[in-house]
Design a protein around this ligand. Structure first.
Ligand SMILES: Nc1ncnc2c1ncn2[C@@H]1O[C@H](COP(=O)(O)OP(=O)(O)OP(=O)(O)O)[C@@H](O)[C@H]1O
Ligand SMILES: [Mg+2]
Length: 352
């Protein structure tokens, strides 16, 4: 654990990324800043296209050719974009590890699980084949895979999605990285398998003191798994605060709308309040707050000048000029216009 005065394990500052499309640069991330301390878990949530994967790809230096990056990514105090040669290989090979949604796409169908697992150990750690196999077998057992010797000899198609994702976790933790970047690792799995995979990831993280940047579009899952959650919209951080608070005291109308749009087993309602309109991308975002065209609280002043990410209280941040006045009532149901005769109706109509 870093001392309070030293830098956090990961510090992303003012990160803006443009990608070349048809000869022009398209902004996909805009002024993204956050810290992640050693051993902690940070969730990154947002709708499709909000920039979650791009954030991970920037941190791991896996951006497409011609990408334009401003701002910095510091790992343990070092600027990741200054790393070259062996230092970059060490960063990618042993400091950070990645787990992706589609485990099958990251394995070679004609290579055995054992070869997949031992390859990095033999190249990065210069282990002998026998030592690497022994270690890989032990790690498979650690992630709860029964009969690991048999699994080592199998091909990816012989394993279920859940088992293959466990192999991915085994591969990621094998080098004892200090940071795991997990990009929707459970999205393709059924809920029971999802829970098992999350439990294993959590146990491994705890055991080895690794930090985890966990990407998901599932606000609940982030809430249940992460110390803090960041909400991204159109390539911008809209809110950051402890996950336990996000659902009951959202600081940004976008987060509040996401919370309300989720079905809740305790709250029986006729119709879920959908967020009007469609999500926008960073390069299509209008002037002003990117969420303003869909925001039920938007005012004229929200339509010009990008709002800054402001500290709220002692623990949170929000990119909304109305947070101080709206805080505490963003989750109240919107009252639908009524006539003089009938009582006011709200979207939160209790069935019984
Ligand atoms: N290679 C690329 N070239 C240009 N634009 C890209 C490229 N890859 C992604 N984008 C754009 O960058 C934006 C952010 O994409 P990103 O993949 O980070 O979204 P995401 O939040 O991970 O979404 P999802 O939930 O669908 O995975 C999107 O508008 C996407 O179209
Ligand atoms: Mg993605």
């Amino acid at each position: 654990m870093n001392a309070a005065t030293s830098s956090p394990l990961l510090r992303v500052s003012g990160l803006t990324v443009g990608l070349p499309v048809a000869g022009a640069l398209r902004t996909v991330l805009r002024d993204v800043s956050f810290d992640l301390e050693a051993g902690r878990t940070l969730g990154l949530v947002g709708e499709s296209g909000s920039g979650k994967s791009m954030t991970v790809r920037t941190i791991s230096r896996l951006l497409p050719e011609g990408a334009d990056v401003t701002g910095t990514v510091r790992f343990d105090g070092r600027d990741v974009f200054d790393l070259r040669g062996d230092a970059l290989r060490a960063y990618r090979g042993s400091d950070v590890a990645m787990i992706f949604q589609d485990a099958r796409a990251y394995t070679n169908p004609v290579r055995r699980i054992g070869d997949f697992l031992t390859e990095a150990m033999r190249t990065n750690d210069r282990m002998t084949q026998a030592a690497a196999e022994k270690r890989a077998t032990a790690i498979l057992a650690e992630v709860g895979i029964g009969d690991p010797e048999r699994r080592m000899r199998q091909y990816p198609h012989e394993l279920s999605g859940g088992l293959l994702q466990r192999v991915m976790i085994a591969s990621a933790v094998a080098a004892r990285p200090r940071l795991i970047l997990a990009d929707e690792p459970t999205t393709a799995l059924d809920v029971t398998t999802q829970a098992e995979v999350m439990a294993i990831l959590g146990r491994m993280q705890h055991e080895y003191g690794m930090a985890l940047l966990f990407i998901t579009h599932d606000l609940e899952l982030a809430g249940a798994t992460c110390d803090e959650t960041i909400v991204l919209y159109a390539g911008q951080v809209m809110e950051r605060q402890p996950s336990t608070r996000l659902h009951r005291d959202p600081l940004h109308p976008y987060t509040a709308a996401l919370v309300q749009a989720r079905p809740d087993i305790e709250r029986r309602i006729v119709r879920l309040p959908a967020i009007p309109g469609n999500p926008t991308t960073a390069y299509e975002a209008p002037d002003g707050c990117a969420f303003a065209p869909r925001c039920r609280f938007a005012e004229e002043r929200c339509t010009h000048g990008v709002p800054p990410l402001l500290q709220v209280g002692t623990v949170g941040e929000a990119r909304c000029v109305r947070t101080p006045e709206l805080r505490g009532r963003m989750l109240q149901p919107e009252v639908v216009a009524d006539d003089a005769e009938s009582p006011a109706r709200s979207d939160e109509e209790v069935v019984r």
